[in-house]
Design a protein around this ligand. Structure first.
Ligand SMILES: Cc1cc2nc3c(=O)[nH]c(=O)nc-3n(C[C@H](O)[C@H](O)[C@H](O)COP(=O)(O)O)c2cc1C
Length: 172
């Protein structure tokens, strides 16, 4: 049994629910799991929870949310202390075919820079939920012009499979 901290930053809850799902799955495999939202301020950060970390964030404008990016930056010197997995929640699955393939291939530079700092066992990208009310007028116009689809694009099977991969590595 390994103690795992699942830390996330989420604006509209889909990343939070993905973090919960991963945490639940790891619990089912017998691990002790603490699931926590990352604080918006880097002040007062204590010890990292758990002997292993799963770190995730929603992606906004090509970057992790400030709480998650700030967490990585302010803990850069101890990021290698325990095995860590990263996940990013974006909207690749909302994009039409060619754009989607492009988005799936390319990790945005600001996120790639965080991966360089953390050096995780794996960095996985999932699609989340995107609704009209999440976007301002300009964003909604662009969304429509690009032919994107609103909705819940999460793939529960892929999320569970990834959590199972983590559990297997923890048990190895
Ligand atoms: C203002 C805004 C900007 C976004 N920018 C991106 C982006 O640059 N890349 C991407 O893949 N997804 C982007 N998304 C989609 C979100 O990452 C996606 O909806 C995700 O599920 C949000 O997670 P949350 O529900 O935890 O906040 C954006 C969404 C919003 C509302």
């Amino acid at each position: 049994m390994v103690s795992v901290g699942v830390l996330y930053a989420s604006e509209h809850h889909s990343t939070q629910e993905i973090a919960d799902r991963i945490g639940e799955r790891l619990r089912l495999r017998g691990h002790h799991v603490e699931i926590q939202a990352l604080p918006t301020s880097s002040e007062g950060q204590g010890p990292l929870p758990g002997d292993a970390l799963v770190l995730g964030s929603a992606v906004h404008d090509g970057a992790w949310l400030p709480a998650a990016e700030g967490f990585v930056r302010s803990n850069a010197d101890r990021m290698g202390d325990q095995p860590t997995w990263m996940f990013s929640v974006g909207m690749a699955a909302a994009l039409p075919g060619p754009l989607r393939r492009l988005a799936e291939r390319k990790v945005q530079p600001r996120i790639a820079a965080l991966v360089e700092v953390v050096r995780p066992r794996d960095h996985r990208r999932f699609s989340g939920v995107i609704r009209r009310e999440h976007l301002d007028r300009k964003g909604a116009l662009l969304f429509r012009l690009l032919g994107c689809r609103y909705g819940d694009h999460r793939d529960g099977v892929a999320i569970d499979a990834w959590a199972d991969d983590i559990a297997r590595e923890l048990e190895a």
